[in-house]
Design a protein around this ligand. Sequence first.
Ligand code: FAD
Length: 276
Amino acid sequence: MSASKPRKYNVVVGGGLAGISLLYRLHRSGFENLLLIEKDALVSGESGKSAGIVLHDEEGLESLDIYRSLDVEVRDLGPFSYVNPYEFAIKLYYGLRSDGVQFELFEEVVDLEAFEGHVIRVITDRSSYPVDRLFLAANLGIERLLGRMGDALPEKYYRIQEIIFRSPVPMEPIAVVNEDFLVRTEGTHRLIVLGRPEVVDKPREGLTRAEPQFVDRVVEFLIREGFGDIGLEKSLIGYEAVYPCNQRYGSNLYIFACFDGMGSTYAPSRAWRMRI
Ligand SMILES: Cc1cc2nc3c(=O)[nH]c(=O)nc-3n(C[C@H](O)[C@H](O)[C@H](O)COP(=O)(O)OP(=O)(O)OC[C@H]3O[C@@H](n4cnc5c(N)ncnc54)[C@H](O)[C@@H]3O)c2cc1C
């Protein structure tokens, strides 16, 4: 009697907003044998740094419907909403796990085995998994993984910057847009400033503090805009991958990335819109 065929997995690499949103979408679309592999904890990458702002454009509103459908609290802040990325991840984690979706956390994908343009196996630092389809939602980790297949990707990364100020007086939610900065208030005491996205040559994985010159430019801008008496609370820079996004890359390999520095806003709706 012949042995039964080994099980193949539909693998999502990366447990950030992108990977988790995509996993949920795949599950809802009837994909079986779903496996998410994350090298660290869930939302420990850039997603854990998200300020949770969801813009009210068409796709952002679609994402809000998805968040609400999962009973994730959506706070209305006037021109935009707030959703806690951890709450989203945790709700999906427990829901999907109880539906039989497999999560391997603290396990790093270190290699991809391919045959004739088809990924056949994912190799991790602990194990290996035969692959049916592979979805890369590993943000900056994507390029390294594709490099394993001998494929080069365009060297483009998106830079987003966020600086949080504390105001001594309560402020109404506002959004100010000029050609350099998008300034938004969150709640009553915080100002969030997102720098204009730029393409940079040499990204660093993870986050660093914003460059002092950028902070200076933002402070000058805020004073000009009449914000006056404000104190810097913290500043961060994030890098996000911009690849040929959200599409099939090899015959069974998909890339899910590229959220214009706004994954809380776009990851859920774009997971829904992705053609698979
Ligand atoms: C300071 C800051 C504030 C932000 N504020 C907002 C906001 O208010 N609103 C908004 O919409 N967006 C915001 N963003 C953007 C948003 O956080 C990102 O767009 C989003 O988190 C990107 O999600 P991701 O899942 O693609 O990436 P990540 O969260 O980085 O997830 C990728 C995951 O892949 C894992 N990984 C990588 N390589 C491997 C491997 N080889 N094996 C296994 N796992 C691997 C990583 O550990 C990581 O967990 C902000 C970003 C920053 C930095």
